[in-house]
Write a protein of this length. Sequence first.
Length: 83
Amino acid sequence: MKNDICNACGSSKLMHDMKIVDFGHGNVKNDLSVIVQTTDRAFLNKFEKGKLRAQICGSCGKVDLTVVNPQELWEAYLKNKSI
C-alpha cells in the first residue's frame, strides 16, 4: 500500500501507517481490526485478528486501508473454509 503519490489526485501529501481507533467504554482506544474465526464452537471461539492501518492523502482525503498481518489472516481464512 505504501505509495509516494496519491492514486486519486496525484498529490505527494501522504500520511503513512496511520492508526484507526474506536473509542470504547470509558473512552478506551481500541485499534480497529478485522477478524477471521478459526474454530467452530458454540462458546469460546478463537479468531485471528488483523489490525488495520491507513494511508491518507492530505490533499483529497482518499484513504487506503491495509491489514498488518495478511499472511496469518489468509491462513486462518483457509482453515475456516474447511470448518
